[in-house]
Design a protein around this ligand. Structure first.
Ligand code: ZN
Length: 386
């Protein structure tokens, strides 16, 4: 999974982030192109020019991947899926989305949008390459030639039917369309993805053993695929288990609430110390939810302000941290705020807290589900017809 990334821009309303790893990759590509590739392609190139060409190529590659991800993101947005961020990291880009496509047709269009953009980019570089006059400096034609090559490689790799690569998403959409069961389609596509991952690891190891150091790269990509496919099939399982499950049936209750107008000092003395919970909903005089006060927030607040600061000044008021009693748990699991804080307040129709739903509650019922549905056991909610 991508590490912590920092934002570099905002394009079409979508924040663009860069992982620290990506910077290392840019340096690595610059170095390997500057020291190996360009000196071979451009005769008699000076070392400085070769590394400059390497850096320009790495940055152009970065731009191509960014445009590819925007292809996905804009189609997703047209289908009503919220795009939180586009992240560039180790091996390419990831569009971080809120939710999944609602039907196989939308998923198919979403999956194909990125490769379609890359195909257009490759075609453009191909056309420029063909149209360049013979008097063009060798450095420029080498730059264009490399972009043509690398975009064709990105296109080919992305279209492998190995979920979660784009080709694997296409496969999942087609399976989903045929069976109508998204969970099972994800499972199958993820298994194919894992198979491809192991194949790449094997090929990489074989290549390395025969004396080709670049075999390492194939193996690294293989490991990435195996891990990503596993993570995707896990989140599909979670969605299958919790779709249609309401918050009320999973929450822990009754819940202890804190009056929003008391001081932080009193909150610590009368609530956090005696109850030893790590979070409390803060409520107004009518008992209605105002925000969520967590131990982490208290620890971060300066100690000398505890006597003067009120609970409602510190409590987290993010509406993403609340869910109605009848709210769907699978939707909650996709909220970044829930993942960050680890709990949400369950509210009755008047807005009064009736329970707390924590990641632990969710994990507990996930374990119980697994116990009841070991692999190979037919699932009660599905027909035996494949
Ligand atoms: Zn893509």
């Amino acid at each position: 999974m991508p590490g912590r990334s920092f934002r570099i821009a905002r394009i079409a309303g979508i924040p663009v982030g860069v992982s620290p790893w990506w910077l290392a990759i840019v340096a690595l590509i610059t170095w390997s192109l500057g020291s190996g590739y360009f000196p071979e392609v451009v005769h008699g190139i000076a070392p400085g020019a070769s590394y400059a060409l390497g850096l320009a190529s790495a940055l152009l590659l970065f731009a191509s991947i960014l445009v590819h991800e925007f292809g996905h993101a804009l189609v997703a947005r047209r289908h009503g899926i919220q795009v939180d961020e586009i992240d560039l990291w180790l091996l390419g880009g990831v569009a971080m989305m809120h939710g999944d496509a609602h039907d196989p047709g939308a998923e198919l269009r979403y999956a194909l949008a990125g490769p379609a953009v890359t195909a257009v980019i490759a075609a453009c570089f191909g056309a420029i390459d063909l149209l360049l006059p013979s008097s063009t400096p060798e450095i420029l034609s080498a730059l264009i030639g490399y972009q043509l090559l690398i975009n064709c490689m990105i296109l080919g790799f992305n279209l492998l039917p190995a979920f979660p690569l784009d080709g694997g998403r296409v496969l999942r959409a087609l399976l989903w369309r045929r069976s109508g069961d998204m969970g099972r389609a994800t499972e199958t596509a993820a298994n194919v993805g894992r198979g491809f991952g192991y194949l790449l690891i094997g090929l990489g190891a074989l290549e390395f053993a025969s004396g080709f150091a670049q075999g390492i790269w194939l193996a690294v990509i293989g490991f990435f695929l195996v891990g990503a496919a596993g993570a995707q099939s896990m989140s599909a399982q979670v969605r299958t288990v919790f779709s249609g499950v309401d918050a009320k049936s999973l929450m822990s209750s009754p819940v202890v609430t804190i009056p929003a107008e008391i001081s932080l000092e009193r909150a610590v003395r009368d609530y956090f110390v005696p109850y030893r919970y790590t979070a409390f909903p803060a409520v107004d005089a009518q008992g209605r939810q105002v925000g969520l006060l967590t131990l982490t927030q208290l620890q971060a607040a300066p100690e000398e302000q505890r006597a003067s600061m009120r609970v409602d000044e510190l409590a987290d008021r993010d509406p993403q941290l609340t869910i109605p009693e009848q709210g769907d748990v699978s939707g909650l699991l996709e909220r970044p705020a829930f993942a960050r804080v680890g709990r949400a307040v369950v509210l009755d129709p008047r807005g009064v807290p009736v329970g707390l739903l924590s990641v632990t509650d969710v994990e507990r019922s996930m374990r119980a589900f697994r116990l009841a549905h070991r692999p190979g056991t037919p699932r009660a909610d599905q027909s035996a017809v494949g």
